[in-house]
Design a protein around this ligand. Structure first.
Ligand code: ADP
Length: 482
């Protein structure tokens, strides 16, 4: 930009200050904004940029060369007015005609003020949060003592009382105390988690024993409600793992209690898979399915927020603090995992979460299978959503033999074999069905191969399915080549 390129009339409309000076710093031109900000009146001659911007002086108070101040990068510096008051300014210096420099600056006092306000407010909020968390921790701790006192005395009485009416009342007190203790634990966990004072234990334990314990503790309540309860652990899940057993139990207890609480007909299922392995770390994937009241799509986003119960009338009927899922989410994340929920109103909900645990060195395998199983498991999930609903449309659009058709078959076959590897026969069968829909007008040998595959999947015959799969792929590649 040349000095003579500055049109004073236009420059007077600029929102920034424009100051032109010589290489000795003496000001030769200021636009209207600069004159106003610096308090120069109509004339700016006789002023010097070094007295406006002390940042243009070196440590000893000597002027830096204007040449050295030239930069593309705006700097936040202090600017002095004639009356010696100051303001924060974002300024940039560039060279104009030979021997002339232009300083463009913007008064950012308001921005600085707001920044300070926000930072002060942030500190105040943090301080208030800390006080609140400590208060909650103290109160809940103090509450536990009397509740345990009542609980202990009630149990003592229960062991001596014989009158059935009294036993009924004492049992009610006992149950109420246990509920109260659960609520206190939730609040305590929540306040510790929010204060960052929560640590996980790391101990070796038998995973299947732990799941048996969880199963036993929920079975009676689930059976009482006339529901079916299925628990399945994929064979690849290690027997012994290292992690925080109590907290894993807590996560499962919360999800299973919710599933039981919100389901009145049908089933509750818990499935566990190993989905990845890196060194001695293993990713476990848990799915808790129920056929209960379900959750509206719009409510899914509030599910994991603290104190949130999706529907006030539901919480009145079912009770609860609305902290369970938030605590669960935080625990899952502390264990390096994620938690998700899929649900349909009146059909049921599926909560799934992953966690990373360690395996003892003697259980270590040689190879990492992170890429194989971890990614593929997601692929199964994705693919499941892609599964076609009916075959007319699919068959019509994807006639056998087209490039799109063959690649779709290959894709579904690979998902199928993955489900087989993970012993998920139910899903494998769904993929077999979906492949069948794509070979309606295929040559007889391909249709027969599909039938074989489906039959063997139904029989859960691992070896035969693998063999059929290989055979099928060969047909496809022959077909492509020929
Ligand atoms: P609470 O301790 O009150 O049960 P949670 O955080 O565990 O709180 O659950 C919050 C809310 O999420 C519940 O009040 C309920 O509305 C909804 N919810 C949780 N799990 C389920 C489920 N399996 N089916 C239907 N709704 C559920």
């Amino acid at each position: 930009m040349k000095l003579d390129a500055i049109n004073p009339e236009i420059a007077d409309y600029a929102l920034e200050m424009i100051i032109v000076c010589k290489d000795d710093g003496s000001i030769t031109y200021t636009n209207k904004k600069a004159r106003k900000e610096l308090g120069y009146g109509d004339e700016s001659e006789g002023h010097n940029v070094y007295s406006v911007f002390p940042a243009f002086l070196d440590d000893t108070g000597h002027p830096k060369k204007m040449e050295d101040l030239v930069s593309d990068d705006p700097k936040d510096i202090i600017a002095y007015r004639v009356n010696k008051t100051l303001f924060h300014c974002r300024a940039v210096v560039f060279k104009s005609n030979p021997g002339f420099f232009v300083v463009m600056g913007l008064n950012i006092s308001q921005e600085e003020f707001l920044k300070r306000e926000i930072s002060n407010a942030g500190e105040e909020v943090q301080e208030a949060d800390k006080v609140k968390t400590e208060f909650v921790a103290n109160v809940t701790h103090e509450l536990r003592t009397p509740v345990n006192g009542i609980l202990g005395s009630t149990r003592d009485l229960l062991s001596v009382v014989t009158d059935s009416e009294q036993i009924k009342k004492l049992t009610l007190i006992e149950k109420s105390c246990e509920n109260m203790n659960n609520i206190i634990s939730s609040i305590l966990d929540f306040s510790k988690l929010s204060a960052g004072k929560f640590t996980l234990e790391s101990r070796e334990f038998n995973f299947r024993d732990m799941i048996d314990y969880v199963k036993e503790s929920h079975s009676s309540r689930i059976n009482e409600k006339g529901l079916n309860f299925f628990v399945s652990i994929s064979p690849e899940v290690p027997d012994v793992i290292i992690g925080d057993e109590l907290r894993i139990v807590q996560i499962l207890n919360n999800l299973l209690s919710n599933a039981t609480k919100f389901t009145s007909v049908g089933k509750i299922a818990l499935e566990i898979f190993k989905t990845a392995r890196v060194g001695n770390k293993v990713e476990l994937f848990f799915i808790v399915v129920d056929s209960g009241i379900g959750i509206e799509k719009a409510d899914l986003s509030k599910l994991f927020k603290s104190f949130s119960q999706v529907d006030a009338s539901i919480s009145r009927n079912f009770g609860g603090t609305g902290l369970g899922l938030n605590i669960t989410k935080q625990l899952v994340e502390m264990m390096g995992g994620v938690i998700e929920c899929e649900s349909e109103k009146n059909k049921g909900s599926t909560f799934s979460f992953s966690i990373w645990v360690e395996v003892p060195s003697e259980e270590e395998e040689e190879e990492d299978d992170f890429d194989d199983v971890g990614e593929d498991f997601e692929a199964i999930e994705e693919a499941e959503e892609e599964l076609p609903e009916g075959n007319e449309e699919e068959g019509g659009i994807k006639a056998f033999g087209s490039e799109e058709n063959i690649s779709e078959i290959e894709k579904r076959l690979s998902k199928l074999i993955l489900c087989v590897e993970m012993q998920n026969w139910e899903r494998a069968e769904m993929f077999a069905d979906s492949v069948k829909q794509l070979v309606d007008n295929a040559p007889k040998e391909v249709r027969t191969a599909t039938l074989h595959l489906k039959m063997n999947v139904q029989k859960e015959n691992y070896d035969k399915v693998v063999e059929d799969y290989g055979q099928f792929l060969k047909y496809l590649s022959d077909y492509k080549e020929g």
